[in-house]
Design a protein around this ligand. Structure first.
Ligand code: AKB
Length: 316
């Protein structure tokens, strides 16, 4: 049975990951940590500790205190916020990652951290983006993610740390809203559809990006961490995706449930430029071949579930 410490546990992925891991491995075996606290299930449903991931000593203390054997490092600034404050992004995204990898090396932990489609750039092939290809991102977030992928590879080859990771596309969820990402429009649109019946998209029509529904993202983390290491030719930064979509397609799908829904466009120059530098559709065949990745939800089934869950306010 794993004993897992999760950083950034109150974030968009963390908050749902904690619930899933506590169901799979037992509440006491999943230690949620975040820089802040909240009145939520993450905090009250099992062990919870305040942790600033840039504080290596505090991180090591918690790893020792709870005798964990696995770290899932989720704390990070997303792409748009990183572009607003690149120095802070470097400090938090890279400082936190190095501390996590060092703790994994010292305490012999299995280690997961997500990379992103943000690790690609304008020179990357846009369609069917291969697993191994040109990576020259033009954002600080992308620079952090490529550096992180390389660091995780390095800690595996140099120190034998069991590092694993995926390149997540935009993640769509109904529990905790994302903050500061470029793909966040694809979450906001569902909330606004139900609240006001309309949405003004900061990403222009025709801008394709990869996306995935949160249950598939969480299953991907668990499956990769449980995968037979002998079958992994890649370890970190596996391409994963469920759909390549643009705002008009999401709007059309929402209209099937809310016929009066209207979308309009007011592109935000910063986030539009980031989106334009990312692939339209990545190729996830290495994940499928090496550890059996499979996404269950497409745009239609995700939209039906999102609207139903948001309408009924079903907690995770
Ligand atoms: C973002 O938009 O920054 C994230 C991501 C794709 O990494 N959702």
């Amino acid at each position: 049975m794993k004993r897992i410490l999760v950083t950034g546990a109150l974030g968009q992925i963390g908050s749902e990951l904690i619930t899933k891991l506590r169901k799979e491995y037992g509440a006491d075996n999943v230690i949620a940590t975040d820089i802040r606290t909240a009145d939520s299930e993450v905090v009250h449903g099992g062990p919870f500790e305040i942790l600033d991931v840039t504080d290596a000593a505090q991180m090591n203390e918690l790893v020792s205190k709870y005798k964990v054997d696995t770290m899932m490092h989720m704390a990070a600034l997303l792409s748009a916020r990183a572009e607003e404050n690149p120095q802070l992004a470097w400090h938090l995204n890279m400082g936190g990652l190095v501390n996590g990898l060092e703790a994994a090396r010292e305490h012999h932990l299995q280690f997961f951290t997500p990379s992103s489609i943000g690790a690609f750039g304008p020179d990357t092939p846009k369609h069917g983006t291969p697993q191994d290809t040109i990576q020259r991102p033009t954002t600080m977030y992308g620079v952090n993610k490529v550096s992180g992928e390389l660091l995780c590879d390095y800690y595996f080859t140099r120190f034998g740390v069991d590092t694993r990771g995926v390149r997540f596309p935009g993640l769509i969820s109904y529990v905790t809203p994302p903050g500061g990402g470029t793909t966040d429009y694809a979450v906001e649109i569902y909330y606004e559809a139900l609240k006001t019946g309309k949405y003004t998209s900061y990403i222009d029509k025709g801008t394709y990006m990869d996306m995935m529904y949160m249950p598939d993202a969480l299953q991907a983390i668990v499956d990769l961490m449980e995968a037979d290491p002998a079958k992994l030719k890649h370890r970190n930064a596996f391409n994963v995706t469920a759909m390549s979509i643009e705002p008009e397609m999401v709007a059309a799908e929402i209209k099937k449930h809310i016929p009066s829904f209207e979308i309009s466009y007011q592109p935000d120059p910063v986030r539009q430029a980031i989106a334009d530098s990312w692939p339209d559709a990545i190729d996830a065949s290495a994940s499928k071949a090496e550890w059996g990745f499979k996404a269950e939800y497409d745009l239609a089934t995700m939209t039906a579930d999102m609207l139903q869950k948001l309408k009924t306010g079903i907690p995770q």
